[in-house]
Design a protein around this ligand. Structure first.
Ligand code: CTP
Length: 404
């Protein structure tokens, strides 16, 4: 399953480390080459000889070792070599070091040299109270936001004799999770296609220090871009100002205003197979923006707004045969007819009617309620889903209409 794949296995010092030779064996049996990076604490729980024997490579621990054999930049070549990085078990201490960018051993150093588009799987394992502590949870959130996949620990008996959350999942479970992350999405109709996604809000400048904008977080567009890349598409993400990490394998272009978004997206129109407008583009901009700061006066103030270009409509109405156009329609409940009208007016193939309720659906939140309306009249109501799952459902629907 993993033939020819190069895996870095980081092992830190928790009791679950004793299970890692089995994980190495599973990886090796499936055809992977495994380089173990163990912390010194890990080697108190599992023998270096066992790990070296099953991996058929020396275990690397410290940075300054006598056996460098002229390989003074081994951490860099390993970061280039690896197709994925698994950290199991990940202790609270290792999570903290990874989340803050410390790099004082081979495990943490290679975490920094790993190529940004390569998947990272982290299996935390520790006492349940430690796991639920604010600092561990904060570090896990940081790592998840950076794109690492966190494999939740399991509940069961712990080394302390207590029962609770914190056990490292079995090596088979870790192996399955990694294999899933490395699976080639050959069945996806998006594999090899070029996708352009717009995301986030736009900022329309009033003066040097003020702008008009909206509450869009960009999460939906980023989730779509991430999933399309996982399906093997070449993904170009044109985004307004957001506070989100670039999904692995996605080419990102940052812009501010609607006009800049159009200028960045337009050159990408020609050779894309699919355009997904997930950005909350401001419909209007101040007619003239002022350099510096507008000073207040003892009078009312008026800002004249002019229409912005419609990026999605420009793509959809000028596209070549075979190119698909997908949009979103953010409406308050009952706005499905507006969504239908946008589908027709903008000449789209599919529109996601996105109910805005301010709590579980719409801007800023992590979940969404979408109804997918197809050009053919089809209506698919999706339940409340995480934005990641909603993105996957949207792309599943796109795949059914994408020319092969
Ligand atoms: N869109 C766009 N450029 C714009 C406005 C909207 O590309 N200037 C895209 C959005 O990314 C979305 C779709 O068009 O995919 C619909 O956006 P929405 O804001 O819901 O609708 P509008 O067309 O702006 O209409 P209204 O604001 O009146 O609801």
């Amino acid at each position: 399953m993993l033939t020819g794949r190069n895996i870095l296995l980081g092992i830190s010092g928790g009791i679950a480390a004793y299970k890692t030779p089995q994980l190495v064996r599973l990886l090796k049996k499936s055809g992977a080459d495994v380089q173990v990076l163990a912390t010194t604490s890990a080697l108190k729980f599992v023998s270096e000889l066992s790990l070296a024997t099953v991996s058929n490579r020396p275990v690397l621990t410290g940075i300054f070792t006598a056996d460098t054999e002229g390989e003074y930049t081994r951490h860099i070549s390993l970061g280039e070599w690896a197709d994925a990085f698994v950290i199991a078990p990940a202790t609270a201490n290792t999570l903290a070091r990874l989340a803050t960018g410390l790099c004082d051993d081979m495990l943490s150093l290679c975490f920094l040299t790993l190529r940004p588009d390569k998947p990272v799987l982290i299996a935390p394992a520790m006492d349940g109270h430690m796991y639920n502590s604010l600092s561990v949870q904060r570090n896990l959130s940081t790592l998840a936001e950076e794109g690492c996949r966190i494999l939740e620990p399991e509940s069961g008996s712990l080394a302390s004799g207590q029962c609770g959350l914190g056990r490292m999942p079995e090596p088979e479970t870790i192996f399955e999770a990694l294999a899933g992350m490395l699976a080639t999405p050959e069945k996806s109709a998006l594999n090899g296609k070029t996708v352009v996604v717009t995301a986030g809000p736009t900022r329309e400048k009033i003066d040097g220090v003020r702008f008009l904008s909206n509450y869009s977080s960009g999460k939906m567009g980023f989730a779509i871009a991430a999933d399309a890349a996982r399906r093997g598409a070449v993904v170009r993400l044109v985004t307004g100002p957001v506070n989100l990490p670039t999904p692995p394998g996605v080419e990102r272009i940052d812009v501010e205003s609607a006009e800049q978004m159009l200028a960045a997206a337009r050159p990408l129109f020609d050779d894309c197979d699919l355009f997904i407008g997930a950005a909350a583009v401001a419909d209007y901009r101040p007619e003239a923006s002022v350099e510096g700061k507008i000073k207040k006066k003892d009078a009312e103030m008026e800002i004249r707004l002019v229409r912005n270009p419609d990026i999605l409509a420009e793509f959809a109405t000028n596209r070549k045969p075979g190119q698909l156009a997908v949009g979103f329609a953010l409406e308050t409940a009952g706005g499905i007819d507006y969504a239908r009208k946008k589908l027709t007016d903008k000449q789209l193939d599919l529109i996601a009617f996105n109910i805005y309720n301010g709590h579980t659906s719409g801007f800023e939140v992590d979940t969404n309620v979408l109804t997918l309306l197809g050009r053919d009249g089809s209506v698919t109501e999706l339940p409340l889903l995480s934005k990641e799952k909603a993105a996957a459902k949207l792309l599943d629907a796109v795949e059914t209409i994408l020319p092969r």
